[in-house]
Design a protein around this ligand. Structure first.
Ligand SMILES: Cc1ncc(COP(=O)(O)O)c(C=O)c1O
Length: 379
C-alpha cells in the first residue's frame, strides 16, 4: 500500500497477513513438490495441503472430505451452480433459482445456464437487497435442483435469512448453495447451523492470498466437475494444486479466531458513527441486518465515480460498488435490483472497513467526504 493511502475497500480485497506470507514462503521455495507424487518431496507438500483442508473444514463445521479447493470465490460459485445442475439432470431436475443482487459470479453464471437450456428463475429482492422466504416459496417447484442465495451482499452488506431460505428449499427436495465470500471474515460460519448443502469462500477477503478459495460440498451431494483431468480434489477440481495459495488460505483461516469477532464488534460503532454523520445521504442496504464493515451511501451530488476519483486524490480508497464493476458507468446491478432510482444509484459510494481500520481513519474519511460534498466538488 502506498504510504498515504487510507484504505476503505476491504470488501474488494484485504492485505495479506504477514503470518500468511511467512507460511507460504517455503512452498515458493524448498517445498516445491507435487502433492500427487508418492515420494517424500511430494508427500511433505501433501501434508501441508491436508492441514489447510482440515483447518478450513473445522472453521466452518465441515468434514475435511467436504472441502474442495478452487481458484477463488468465482470458481467455487460456478462449480456449485453448473456442478449441481449437471448432476441433477439425471434426477429430472433442471431448475435453478437465484436473485438479481448476487455477485456476477453467480448471476452471470445463472444467465449462462439459462442460455444452455436450464430453467432459471431470478426472484426479486426487497429494497434492502434481501431475498424473502415468501418470495422464494413462490418460485420453488418440484423441478428445482438448486437455490443459490448469497450470505451477505458485497455491495450493500445486507445479510440474507439463509437458515429460513435453506429450510424452505429442502422442503421441496432441492439443494441450497450460499456464497459466503463476504461473511467468512465477518460472522461465525457453521454449515450445519446454516443448513446449506454447498458454500463458497475465498481467501483474499480474509487476509489470505488471491486466486484461491474453496467450495464446501456436503457429503452425498451430487456435483459434477467443471474441469476434466487428474484426480486432484477427488476429481471435482483436477489440476495440480495451487499449493502456496492453499497453504496461505489455511493459515489465514487459522487466524480468524484471533480477530474476526473482535473486529466485527469494534467496527460496528465506527460504521454507525460514519453513517450518522451524513443524514442528507441515502443509506443503501439494510439498516440493521448488514455487515459491520459495510457503509454504502448515495450522495445526491457528486456522482459516485466523481467522488471516488476525488477521494483517491485525497488518498482515500473506496469503491462505487463491487470492485469488478467499477469503471463501468452503468449503475450497480445490485442497487438497480433494489429499486434504487438511477441517479441515486449513480451517487453510491461503498466504504468497507477491515481489521486495520482505526477511529482516526474514520474521522479523516468523514471529514474529507463532508468537505467534498459541501464543496460541490471543486477540488
Ligand atoms: C460475494 C462475492 N462473491 C464472489 C466473489 C468472487 O471471489 P473471487 O475474487 O475469489 O473470485 C466476490 C469478490 O468480490 C464477492 O464479493
Amino acid at each position: 500500500m502506498s504510504q498515504a493511502a487510507l484504505y476503505l475497500d476491504y470488501a474488494a480485497t484485504t492485505p495479506t497477513d504477514p503470518l500468511v506470507r511467512e507460511a507460504m514462503l517455503p512452498f515458493l521455495g524448498e517445498s516445491f513438490g507435487n502433492p500427487s507424487s508418492v515420494h517424500r518431496v511430494g508427500q511433505e507438500v501433501r501434508r501441508a495441503l491436508d492441514n489447510a483442508r482440515d483447518v478450513l473444514a473445522a472453521a466452518i463445521g465441515a468434514e475435511s472430505g467436504e472441502i474442495y479447493f478452487t481458484s477463488g470465490g468465482t470458481e467455487a460459485n460456478n462449480l456449485a451452480l453448473f456442478g449441481v445442475l449437471m448432476a441433477a439432470k439425471e434426477q429430472g431436475r433442471n431448475h435453478l433459482i437465484t436473485n438479481p443482487a448476487e455477485h456476477h459470479a453467480v448471476l452471470d453464471a445463472a444467465l449462462f445456464a439459462r442460455e444452455l437450456g436450464f430453467e432459471v428463475t431470478i426472484v426479486p429482492v426487497d429494497e434492502f437487497g434481501m431475498l424473502h422466504p415468501e418470495a422464494l416459496a413462490e418460485a420453488l417447484t418440484d423441478k428445482t435442483a438448486l437455490v443459490s442465495v448469497m450470505h451477505a451482499n458485497n455491495e450493500v452488506g445486507t445479510i440474507n435469512p439463509i437458515v429460513e431460505l435453506a429450510k424452505l428449499t429442502h422442503e421441496r427436495g432441492a439443494l441450497f448453495h450460499t456464497d459466503a465470500v463476504q461473511t467468512l471474515g465477518a460472522l461465525p460460519l457453521d454449515v450445519t447451523a446454516l443448513g446449506v448443502d454447498l458454500m463458497s469462500v475465498s481467501s483474499h477477503k480474509i487476509y489470505g492470498p488471491k486466486g484461491v478459495g474453496a467450495l464446501y460440498i456436503k457429503s452425498g451431494v451430487k456435483c459434477s466437475p467443471l474441469f476434466h483431468g487428474g484426480s486432484q480434489e477427488r476429481q471435482k477440481r483436477p489440476g495440480t494444486e495451487n499449493v502456496p495459495g492453499i497453504v496461505g488460505f489455511g493459515k489465514a483461516v487459522s487466524l480468524l479466531p484471533e480477530w474476526r469477532e473482535a473486529t466485527t464488534a469494534r467496527l460496528l460503532p465506527l460504521r454507525d458513527s460514519f453513517i450518522t454523520r451524513f443524514p442528507q445521504a441515502f443509506l443503501n442496504g439494510h439498516p440493521t441486518e448488514r455487515l459491520a464493515s459495510n457503509i454504502n451511501l448515495s450522495f445526491v451530488k457528486p456522482d459516485g465515480e466523481t467522488m471516488l476519483l476525488a477521494l483517491d486524490l485525497w488518498g482515500i480508497c473506496a469503491s462505487s460498488g463491487s470492485a469488478c464493476s467499477s469503471g463501468s458507468i452503468d449503475p450497480s446491478h445490485v442497487l438497480t435490483a433494489m429499486g434504487v432510482p438511477r441517479e441515486r444509484a449513480l451517487g453510491a459510494v461503498r466504504f468497507s472497513l477491515g481489521r486495520h481500520t482505526t477511529p482516526e481513519e474514520i474521522e479523516k474519511a468523514v471529514g474529507t467526504v463532508q468537505r467534498l460534498v459541501e464543496s460541490g466538488l471543486s477540488l
